[in-house]
Design a binder for this molecule. Structure first.
Ligand code: URA
Length: 237
């Protein structure tokens, strides 16, 4: 099997992301860094590692919804040895991977699974699943800023797709606004960059929903399995 397909079948990343991992020299086969995107592997005998962690195809597919606290990374490990969301999932024996990512400082809804096909589908731009965030930002937004945000903005050299924005409230004592933002793209730090682009930097950010799935009463740092209904909904998107 081709290496990127194998990585996806282990639930680690989509095939596309697997190629990025290979190009970033994060993948080893039998102890050697993979240089060839087209490398074929023998699933039964080769030892494949991603970011130093051995991976394998898992029989049991699990779907976990976590209310991520601030101060956790969503990758398995990083160069600063910061705590990872994986550390929170003490009762989950399967090796699961986040669907998309949340920044270290962002809290809220994070889906983790070992179902590579679902990860691929949900992170593919064509499915356009809405992600809903509540952002606390500096200052009060003008109508023009709101309209610019909704139409899509340039962040670095990328023009974002139209987004939804609703002002929940403005606190004039602290001069901060609470915003509800819905985007369907997943560029790195996209909400933070979009808010910065209209000169209202994010002070705190929480993801509250993924499509129709929301946190409900799941407390910060807690997790649960998706219900059948939620899973069917995601699989049929
Ligand atoms: N946008 C961001 O800026 N950060 C996140 O964690 C998620 C979306």
């Amino acid at each position: 099997m081709r290496i990127n397909k194998y990585i996806a079948s282990c639930g680690v990343a989509s095939r596309r992301k697997a190629e990025e991992l290979i190009l970033n020299k994060k993948v080893k086969v039998n102890g050697k860094i993979v240089e060839e995107l087209s490398l074929q592997i023998d699933e039964n005998n080769d030892v494949v590692e991603v970011d130093g962690v051995k991976i394998s195809t898992s029989e049991n597919t699990v779907y976990i919804l976590l209310n991520k606290p601030e101060g956790y990374i969503t990758t398995v490990k990083d160069q600063f040895d910061r705590p990872s969301v994986i550390d929170i999932l003490s009762s989950v024996s399967e090796r699961v991977y986040p669907v998309g990512r949340l920044d270290y400082e962002t809290s809220g809804l994070l889906l983790l699974t070992n179902d590579g096909d679902l990860t691929y589908k949900l992170t593919h731009p064509k499915h356009e699943i809405d992600k809903t965030y509540v952002a606390r930002v500096k200052g009060k937004l003008t109508e023009e800023e709101i309209s610019n945000f909704r139409q899509g903005l340039y962040i670095e050299d990328y023009k974002t797709a139209p987004a939804k924005l609703r002002v929940i409230k403005y606190d004039n004592v602290q001069d901060v606004s609470m915003l509800e933002i819905k985007i369907h793209e997943g560029k790195n730090r996209q909400v933070r960059k979009m808010c910065k682009a209209i000169n209202h930097p994010v002070l705190r950010l929480k993801r509250v929903a993924l499509g129709k799935i929301n946190l409900n009463d799941l407390k910060i740092g807690e997790y649960r399995h998706l219900t059948n209904e939620e899973l069917n909904y995601l699989k049929n998107i």
